[in-house]
Design a protein around this ligand. Structure first.
Ligand SMILES: NC(=O)c1ccc[n+]([C@@H]2O[C@H](COP(=O)([O-])OP(=O)(O)OC[C@H]3O[C@@H](n4cnc5c(N)ncnc54)[C@H](O)[C@@H]3O)[C@@H](O)[C@H]2O)c1
Ligand SMILES: [Zn+2]
Length: 361
């Protein structure tokens, strides 16, 4: 199957997102085609390298590689420092291109190193989780966590290209894969009823990672993210719709200290919360809310929220950086594939919906 190529317009230039099974073994030729210079370093993690390092090495011959730990706790300035060390040791100059092979953590950390080393060098993303393929590798946001908060240190650094190969997802843990699928459901909810319905119809094949079904689902998701960030790179307007389900989602993650939920699972709850709220406001049909709830239920069990207090969750939302001028902006569904951003949601409404989803009053 030929790869799909989606163009993203960043403020500085355009870059392509390639989606297709079997891209990884052809990486060398693809990098040449993109115009990537010969000074290349691959940065990956031990887990990803164990699963796919042989393929990458075979594809890229003698390119240097560096392994740094991944997982949220390694998304730190210290890990970025290790990447700088390797670049300086190999005497990398401004013509170097750093190839990030891994999930969202690797992409964000390596991207931040690429944004700052010598005030910016080339970056290529080879995302290896579903979340990274449909979300974090596109849009140019890079960064690390600070001990006092997530994603507090960062920059914008669009890649030269993104290569998303669904074949690499075969080794992903089931729960990680599902966590990425909730973001796909999000894209359906905000922009594409057809995608939402296709996920429901083909769930088995998707979960079994059949490339013929999965590749177009990834490509459609990438197309939506690409369209949104091309229109609004810096999140002044349209890009905010990508936060659908994320207001309550972030709060659930924060209150459980990022330990209980995968990000996508928290977003799944968050989508259910805004869907409930929108039905109560009569801007969203009950049948559509139940279609969303059914799809999420079919995707598998979510961790419990029954011990979390709705009030603590609302307080966490208030602290979130998405609160502007003291008002919480909430993306409400108005149909499957359509949303509206409102800034008049009350804390009572939020608490009501959180409780109906199982949080403690
Ligand atoms: N930059 C952005 O716009 C953006 C958007 C969304 C999320 N993010 C960030 O992305 C991060 C989450 O990314 P993630 O969910 O990919 O998590 P992750 O990078 O921690 O990867 C999850 C796990 O999967 C493993 N893994 C990766 N690829 C694998 C493969 N092919 N086979 C087997 N195991 C594999 C990793 O080793 C890790 O243990 C968060 O830090 C989040 O802030 C960034
Ligand atoms: Zn998300």
């Amino acid at each position: 199957m030929p790869a799909t190529v989606i163009q993203v317009a960043a403020s500085s230039r355009k870059y392509p997102v390639h989606v297709g099974a079997g891209l990884l073994p052809q990486l060398d030729a693809l990098l040449d085609e993109t115009g990537v210079g010969r000074q290349r370093i691959v940065v990956s993690s031990p887990t990803v390298w164990k699963a796919h390092g042989t393929t990458v090495k075979r594809a890229l011959g003698n390119a240097e590689h560096l392994l740094v730990p991944d997982g949220e706790r390694s998304k730190t300035a210290q890990t970025v420092g290790r990447i700088y060390d390797a670049l300086i040791r190999m005497a990398a100059d401004r013509s170097v291109t750093i190839i990030a092979v891994g999930g969202g953590v690797i992409g964000d950390v390596v991207g931040f190193a690429a944004a700052t080393y010598l005030r910016g060098v080339g970056l290529v993303h080879v995302p290896t989780t579903l979340l990274a393929q449909v979300d974090s590798a596109i849009g140019g946001k890079v960064g690390v966590n600070h001990p006092l908060g997530k994603n507090l240190i960062g920059s914008f650094h669009p890649p030269l290209a993104v290569f998303a190969d669904p074949e690499v997802l075969g080794t992903l843990a089931r729960r990680e894969f599902r966590a990425g699928l909730y973001e796909v459901v999000k894209y359906g909810m905000i922009a594409d009823r057809g995608l939402f319905e296709r996920v429901g119809r083909n769930l088995r094949a998707i979960v079994q990672r059949e490339h013929a079904v999965l590749a177009p689902v990834i490509a459609d998701s990438c197309r939506i993210k690409a369209r949104v960030v091309s229109e609004d790179e810096r999140e002044s307007g349209l890009r905010r719709i990508l936060n659908f389900g994320h207001t309550a989602g972030h709060a659930i993650e924060a209150v459980t200290r990022y330990r209980r939920f995968r990000h996508g699972e928290a977003v799944a709850y968050g989508m259910l919360v805004v869907a409930d709220l929108a039905v109560r406001r009569r801007v969203f049909a009950e049948e559509e809310r139940s279609a969303l709830a059914d799809l999420i239920a079919r995707l598998g069990p979510l961790p419990s929220v029954s011990d979390l207090s709705a009030q603590a969750l609302v307080e966490a939302m208030r602290r979130d950086k998405k609160v502007r001028n003291g008002r919480l902006h909430v993306v409400l569904p108005t149909g499957i594939g359509a949303t509206r951003i409102v800034d008049d949601v009350t804390e009572d409404e939020l608490q009501g919906s959180l409780c109906s989803l199982g949080a403690r009053p």
